[in-house]
Design a protein around this ligand. Sequence first.
Ligand code: ZN
Length: 510
Amino acid sequence: MNIVAVYARVSTVEQAETGYSLATQLDACRKRAAMLGAKKIEEFVDDGYSGEFIDRPALTQLRKMLANNNLSAVIVYDPDRLARNLAHQLIITDEIEQAGAQLLFVSVSFEQSPEGKLFYSIRGAVSAYEKEKIKERSMRGKRGKAAQGKIIADAKPFGYTYNKEISNYEINESEAQIVQQMYTWLTEEKIGTATIARRLNEIGVPSPRLKKPWIVSAVYRLLTNPIYRGTHVAMRYRYQKVSLNKRIRTLRPESEWIDIPVPAIVDTEVWQAAQSQLKANKSLAKRNLKREQLLSGLVYCAQCGRKMTITYAGKATDPKSYYVCMSQRSNSYIYTEKERCRARRIPCELLDQTVYEHLYQLSKNPRLIKQYLSNRPHPANTKNFITAIERLQDNEVRLVKQREMVLRWYRQQMIAEDEAERQLKEISDRINDVGRNLAKIREEMEIFSPNLSQKEIITAVTKHFALGDHSYEAKRAAVHQVLKKVIAERTDTTKAKASRPEIEVELKFT
Ligand SMILES: [Zn+2]
């Protein structure tokens, strides 16, 4: 129910004057209330009371009613009617706002007047000060709690259960065993985080993210978290709400961190060894990257069309490299289990050799290249692609506008937060769809519009082999010059380790 309160006051002196009569005040306030669409108007009138004192019968009644939280607005002719001094004005204003009601003044000139400007700026400053004070107080509370060795907020670390009574963590035995296992794998078998994640998923160990597989970053975070050696670091991050449903996390300076002792799950020495091993793995991975694979960046999965990236398996000291469909990377959590394709990974060495060998055969027989290239769809017209791209771009613009509109509606309180969030999510899903389609079309367009002519490709291939430079750099340059895509698939189904994998390859020239 929309109940609006109206407050009017005249002092004994003012009673004699005409300008400030109760009738004038009440009349103006009632009109304002009607404009607001008030269903019921409660009138509070202090006739013959000075604004010097806050203790006035009608005002006291109004303040009592405010406490019941059922007023939507309080209308007063001007702040002077409410109280004669600023401090009282601010107190009453605060009470009204605390009660969830709106304070409205009829006199339009008030806001522009020097008194009005002072009133609003002081009110703003006071409320900002209040907010800061509350924040500071809660911060101080948190720090105090942490300084006493108590956990401020349960971050639900894997391996622990929060005990409310002691405000600290207790070891969760079954999860702690998994944590210990992970540290052992890293420090004794010296395997990498990706392998650890895969192992955990293969064994079917439940991850901290319920029902979702382990991802590399989660494994890495767990193996670097000092909590497992018995120190929880509190006040490490600062969280800020930046928009409707986005919060950003920033690292606080180390001097602000507070160490809280918790029960350790691994020995300090093991934890230290794990940190050194992670560092060693990192530099090994870097070395591996340098020994890049011939076709990296060119290989696509024949089953689902996604790019294949390089992955390492085996011991960290002797990793074997594979091309693996992107949808299966253990860290590609963007793909759900359903979206992951079943294509088998292909040993890099095998595919690199096969493709290079094939190019060699072609170089000896340019007619074969011609045959190959005649299958290449002619770039008849790229017009269709351009139209499609333009249509998608228009779509994107429309969606972005729609998003702005929803945000505006939300800010103007025309829609509720959950409704706004639902709509924003839907829009962002659609924007993502458009983005994906755009990328797909752009990529197709590239294939249909070759960079090199038949003749140029033949020349490049034959020239490379004629020069006889089979250094890695020369090979890589040649391959990347003439090939745009290598679409590959492992076709044998044998699982035995010694059996030689069979692959099928389709080349797309630039
Ligand atoms: Zn695939």
